[in-house]
Design a binder for this molecule. Sequence first.
Ligand code: 5RP
Length: 217
Amino acid sequence: MHKPKLQIALDTYDLPSALAPLQKAAANIDVIECGTILCLAEGMHAVKIIRSLFPEKTILADVRIAEAGSLISKMAFDAGATWVSVVSGATMTTVEAVMKEATKRGGEVQIELIDGWTWEQAKQWRALGVPQVITHRSRDAEVKGELTWSQKDFDEIRKLNDLGFKVTVTGGVVPADILLFAGVPVYVFIAGRGIYAAADPALAAKTFQDAIGKTFG
Ligand code: 5RP
């Protein structure tokens, strides 16, 4: 099975707070996420700066497009993003507009699966050529105490993979969680607070990579 990538989610309120842990962890990071919080706080300037510092890395602008797909994705790709995110509640017209922009730029689109998405939508996203989805335990679920990943999550990931999606897993992921995903086709694990808020972000990223290697190596 393909070895999953590690993505750092930079959900900080300003760029310096994102860059400090990123510089330390970068050697063990495959994908850099300019998180929704950072994009809202700093705008596409954050994506531009991170692109200039890491010209070779895959960068996700987690802009969670719900409308104005063409304009927003264009802003993100112009700033240097490789991937952009779209919420599952967006209309197919919006998804199609983002796909069109991404195809022109050689970028990729991720649909962020929010409660209420349907398999019928998933088939339509595939028909439009969307390559990636993000499945996550939301912070709201975490606050409600839904702390663990279940067989239901693993079955859903397998089914999404069978439909042809590359599947990203996120939401409070810690290294010990990764062992639970043995045999599950995960494309990317995202860690936000687990790396950027760690006392030693370099060690935290290495610990995640070691867990990925042990589980999928
Ligand atoms: C939530 C996000 C977060 O960036 C992502 O889930 C990582 O957060 P953390 O590891 O801190 O829970 O996009 O949808």
